[in-house]
Ligand binder design. Structure first.
Ligand code: GDP
Ligand code: MG
Length: 175
């Protein structure tokens, strides 16, 4: 059995649901490993990929550091993939998703020089008063080179596993 370790960072504005996402995804094997003073939480999850491969995902949850400072460079370093999350009911968090993407791409690439694969998650799709429509998300996603996007509801547990599986596939392809 071979195991590969991937670092996945989760970024986006405050309150969009990043911490909830990580907690829900790892819930069974949840370990709040430690909390660094720069405000990062780590969680680990091992997934079975094939008969002889497993993937250890190290999820970095930015905590209380949700703005563009020099600190994000440290946080992004050596990431294999990224999730950028926004809240469908808060339009400013959608606009800012582009800024997060630019911040990431300006500070970090994969070791081969390619951009870090980035999945856009439109969270809180369980709520009725959406402020962003699908066509806009689709266009933004293409224009800014996200590898894909989907609506999620961390609250209802919708598209959580599928999103991470998709990212894992991207990372295995780059591996
Ligand atoms: P973070 O600041 O991005 O880490 O966001 P949190 O994970 O702390 O979530 C902020 C708030 O949004 C909390 O009250 C969550 O319960 C709520 N929340 C997170 N995901 C969802 C969702 O999918 N639907 C709804 N309705 N609320 C959510
Ligand atoms: Mg948080």
């Amino acid at each position: 059995m071979t195991e590969v370790l991937f670092k996945v960072i989760i970024i986006g504005d405050p309150t969009v649901g990043k911490t909830s996402f990580v907690q829900r995804y790892v819930n069974d094997g949840f370990r709040r490993d430690y909390k660094m003073t720069i405000g990062v939480d780590f969680a680990l999850k091992v997934i079975r990929w094939s008969d002889n491969h497993s993937i250890k995902l190290q999820l970095w949850d930015i905590a209380g550091q949700e703005r563009f400072t020099s600190m994000t460079r440290v946080y992004y370093k050596d990431a294999h993939a990224c999730i950028i999350m926004f809240d469908l009911t808060q339009r400013n968090t959608f606009r800012n998703a582009v800024n997060w993407k630019k911040d990431l791409d300006s500070k970090c690439t994969l070791s081969n020089g390619c951009p870090v694969p980035c999945l856009l998650l439109a969270n809180k799709c369980d709520l009725p008063d959406k402020k962003v429509d699908q066509v806009e998300v689709e266009e933004m996603c293409k224009e800014h080179d996200f590898v894909g996007w989907t609506e999620t509801s961390v609250k209802e547990g919708l598209m959580i596993e599928e999103s991470m599986r998709f990212l894992a596939e991207e990372m295995m392809n780059n591996h």
